[in-house]
Design a binder for this molecule. Sequence first.
Ligand code: GLN
Length: 473
Amino acid sequence: MNAAELTISQLREAYSKGDLTPADALQSIASAIDETDGDIGGYLSYDLELALKDAESVDLSKPLGGVPIALKDLINAEGQPCAAASRILDGKYQSPYDATVVRKLREAGAIPFGRANMDEFAMGSSNENSGIKPCRNPHDTDRIPGGSSGGSAAVVAAKTAVAALGTDTGGSIRQPASHCGVVGVKPTYGRVSRYGLIAFASSLDQCGPLTKTVEDSALLLQTIAGPCERDSTCLDAEVPDYTAAIGQDIKGLKIGLPKEYFAEGLDPAVKEKVENALKTLESLGAETIEISLPNTDHAVATYYIIATAEASANLARFDGVRYGHRSQEADDLLGVYELSRDEGFGAEVKRRILLGTYVLSSGYYDAYYLRAQKVRTLIRQDFTTAFEKVDVIASPVSPTPAFKIGEKSSDPLAMYLADIYTISANLAGVCGISVPCGSVSEGGSDLPVGLQLLGKPLGESDLFRAAHALETA
Ligand code: GLN
């Protein structure tokens, strides 16, 4: 039996019945990866020996006792490689420590297993920017799995992982979850520590789960959330019992439908699936109300100024001196910096560093970066106003189902615009979930569609409650 076919709850049950041991589970997952991941490319690597060693001392009575969790390749786990799918770190860096999320996973009994593919430094929406190898959608291998946590979503969907962690800066958990037909949660900004994660855009990044069920996501978030003295942006707020929200009814839940998210550009087949899901939620007692997020039009531009500005600063450390790739061609110090970065970074990462450096440069700072910060405040206010009237906001995750590999790669703007429904949540700092709501058929494949639910800051329980109700229905 392949243990990765199971949910976290099912795997724990198999352990408690004595049907399986963590070592069996790891071995079966490694075999499944060897057999099927060649066609998907969801993993960059895995270390069975290391995981089996971890399994020896695992306490099965803990909440995630013996549960293997795949990690997006930007999460540090001691003794594992960590390269953010970039050539600048690939084969040249091994984590000397655990990220806080990994420490918390281990404390709950979980076993970090497997490095999930991603867009290089989490920059992308399709995984085509991986500096190591492409990743494909398990539902149609001619299509993208989404990004940037494409590997994390693909391995859960392909049943080569029980569950995974990813990160979401502008949609990178929710969008691949939607395209691969799994559940993905972007927690409230500050809910989960980023200590030990390779940073992309520090005012936007959040780490969260990708799982087969809503309950598994609640369980995983429960484990990784909470204050962290090593991340000053991490909120000092108690972690509620997220699993208690599972199974609660949604009678009287007020769901806001932003009119700007159901407008032009939304694929009619995706719209139909989302509307069906909303009807289901209504039949369960929820009330839908039209709302407005008037600054939606500016979200993509605002995000691509702020995210690139922060990225240009965060990525300055990869310089061929401190660690990572060092060019062999250089003959002076400047050459070391320039050539190491030129050889190590891929095209999209370079584009973002250039953009980000430009918008921060003297003379342009006020016109771009400062203005973007002001618009960000307006976008945040849109959400504050909306949440005075509703408990959650519902929308599509992505305007289309998973597109074909290569379809948008020559047009970065078209790729950026596809993030329209996910980006505002990061700018506002609110939480969000993508939950499967059916599939549409395109070119002979059934392609999953996700419903996005956005919640108030620290309102994750509302998301789990509503998403679980939909999943069950
Ligand atoms: N697709 C967006 C980007 O390319 C979001 C990425 C992310 O959330 N990490 O920046």
